[in-house]
Design a binder for this molecule. Structure first.
Ligand SMILES: Cc1cc2nc3c(=O)[nH]c(=O)nc-3n(C[C@H](O)[C@H](O)[C@H](O)COP(=O)(O)OP(=O)(O)OC[C@H]3O[C@@H](n4cnc5c(N)ncnc54)[C@H](O)[C@@H]3O)c2cc1C
Ligand code: SF4
Length: 521
């Protein structure tokens, strides 16, 4: 054998660089389902099922394309399939198959990359790692952008990307004369709610997906979440259909309601394409091109097209650059010295806080929550409570179908928890319950009142917000973007400060917020 091509669960692209020059007479592909990839964090059933189903469908696509394949299923009985880690399985096969070269596209996870490099080294072969063309920019491009900058900000990076790739440009100027339409993209629904939202694109499980669902329900029975509503795209054809449905049915209103929340409405006007993008069933380039075309064709306003493209051409590329230029130290950072444990009810949704109950319940049911739910509902609560960023990271990496470490970690540890002390975000994203009230309808159905910071009905977010400012007053006062918020602390008397700290303590002890059945745990 000349080349053995390694394909990981988030590299399901027949056009990936690892296949350049592939010759079926001399080369073969290697894929493996490893127990460890579902257990190194307590992966949700939805996430495991999505990866396994997409991998098994990709294996069919490889065979149809005539590419010889060695594939280990999780339920195979014989070694090396029964071995728990990717590295252990690969080692056995490298010895048996004795390829001249081992080739792969750059992976998305530091831990896996280290394991594979060590395995290949162990058998005295070389691993050829090729650039991942799925992304607009390489890690080297990002490093060049970051060089010499004291802090990194999305805006500068994003503008460079727009110019370099000539996306939404009018000559040298941004289309519409503005680089960003954020100010137009913060609308909430009125008291009547969002009305009739188009149903999400659903894909009924094929026989192969059903087999995976049965396997996950048996083998990972105690893992979080449920598979009763599994309907994610798991093939390229389905992913393309999901993209088209998004453009036709949701894109036009994406921008306006990008930040809005509404109870019982998980999907709103978001694309739900993150998992398909992250396992590479869709290319970032084709998604951006399709949305730019929809704008040019008059199907969507500029505020929506720009808002959406910023997420992919901007944020998605930016967090990848942060991850690969900052690892491995990045995952250990804890700039605010947060030491609390993640409340147990994050894994069950058993809380009486309506916004959190809603966001966690849908997360467990679908493996999905949109950005503002992640950042300003679950993430904000953990930040204000003072949970160790590493525990928050493990939760986000477990529960979402789109969770892959290169994108999840900077979003969680950096953007949401301020664990990197401002490398990614210029200030901690902190707010009271009034922010959640402004963006959606959760508070009207909640036993707490977002306007109150102390007392039995005080919203835990509001109490914890003031407690957060008190706990970090000295450090935050040095940040010009936090100065006004910190200055407002002066309005609190000594007694009020004491009352806030006392109630924050009760929330931390689980005396407030957890529903009764869990208080005894
Ligand atoms: C704490 C936290 C954890 C997150 N973890 C993940 C994760 O594990 N995987 C993941 O793909 N995204 C993650 N995100 C980013 C974002 O929330 C999701 O990409 C988005 O909610 C997915 O839903 P969607 O496809 O409907 O997105 P849309 O709202 O339709 O956005 C379009 C696309 O833009 C990209 N995108 C949007 N925001 C971001 C962002 N901040 N960073 C990178 N890409 C972005 C995604 O590919 C997404 O599909 C996280 C955000 C936070 C605050
Ligand atoms: S009152 Fe507070 S806890 Fe209740 S829904 Fe509103 S923000 Fe959430």
């Amino acid at each position: 054998m000349r080349n053995l091509i390694l394909v990981l669960g988030d590299q399901l692209d027949l056009e990936a660089s690892a296949f350049d020059g592939f010759d079926p007479k001399q080369d073969a592909v290697w894929m493996a389902e490893a127990q460890e990839e579902s257990t190194h964090v307590w992966s949700s059933k939805q996430r495991i099922a999505l990866f396994l189903s997409a991998m098994r469908h990709f294996a069919l696509a490889l065979r149809e394309a005539g590419r010889p394949l060695y594939y280990h299923r999780l339920d195979d009985k014989t070694p090396p399939a029964a071995l728990p880690s990717l590295g252990a399985k690969l080692k056995e096969d490298l010895i048996a198959l004795a390829p001249q070269h081992v080739v792969m596209t750059a992976p998305g996870d530091w831990r896996v990359f280290e394991q594979l490099k060590a395995t290949v080294r162990d058998v005295e072969l070389e691993l050829e790692v090729r650039e991942d063309r799925h992304f607009f920019s390489s890690v080297a491009d990002f490093a060049a952008h970051a060089k010499g900058r004291k802090s990194l900000r999305l805006e500068y990076f994003y503008r460079e990307m727009r110019k370099r790739h000539n996306i939404l440009m009018d000559g040298a100027e941004p289309e519409g004369g503005q680089w960003n339409f954020d100010a137009d993209n913060r609308e909430a629904f009125g008291p009547e709610g969002p009305g009739q939202v188009p149903p999400r694109a659903m894909f009924a499980p094929s026989a192969l997906t059903q087999e995976v669902i049965d396997l996950v329900n048996t083998r990972f029975a105690n893992h979080p979440g449920s598979l009763s509503s599994f309907a994610w795209p798991v093939t390229r054809a389905q992913a393309l259909e999901a993209l088209e449905r998004f453009v036709q049915e949701r894109l036009a209103l994406f921008g306006r309601f990008e930040d809005a929340l509404w109870p019982g409405e998980p999907w709103l006007y978001h694309s739900h394409l993150s998992a398909a993008l992250n396992v590479k069933l869709l290319s970032a380039r084709e998604v951006v091109a399709r949305v730019e075309q929809a704008y040019k064709d008059g199907q969507a306003p500029l505020q929506s097209a720009e808002g959406f493209i910023r997420q992919i051409l901007g944020w998605r590329e930016y967090v990848r650059g942060i991850y690969w230029t900052q690892m491995p130290g990045y995952c250990e950072l804890n700039a605010l010295n947060a030491q609390e444990d993640l409340p147990e009810w994050f894994w069950t949704g058993h809380t009486d806080m309506a916004c959190l109950q809603d966001a966690i319940a849908q997360t467990l049911q679908y493996g999905y929550a949109h950005h503002i739910q992640r950042l300003m509902v679950t993430g904000l609560f953990a930040l204000l409570l003072g949970v160790r960023p590493q525990q928050v990271h493990a939760w986000y990496l477990s529960v979402y179908v789109d969770a892959v470490e290169w994108v999840e970690l900077p979003n969680t540890l950096g953007m949401s928890q301020y664990g990197d002390g401002g490398l990614m975000a210029s200030k901690p994203y902190v707010a009271t319950g009034k922010y959640i009230q402004r963006m959606g309808g959760n508070c009207s159905g909640c036993r707490y009142d977002p306007a109150l910071r102390v007392g039995d009905r005080a919203c835990p977010y509001t109490t914890l917000y003031w407690d957060f400012l008190m706990r970090h007053e000295t450090a935050l006062a040095k940040n010009p973007r936090m100065a006004l918020q910190v200055k407002n602390l002066a309005r609190l008397s000594g007694n009020e400060r004491q009352a806030v700290a006392a109630r924050a303590g009760a929330i931390r002890r689980g005396e407030v917020g957890a529903t009764p059945q869990l208080k005894s745990h």
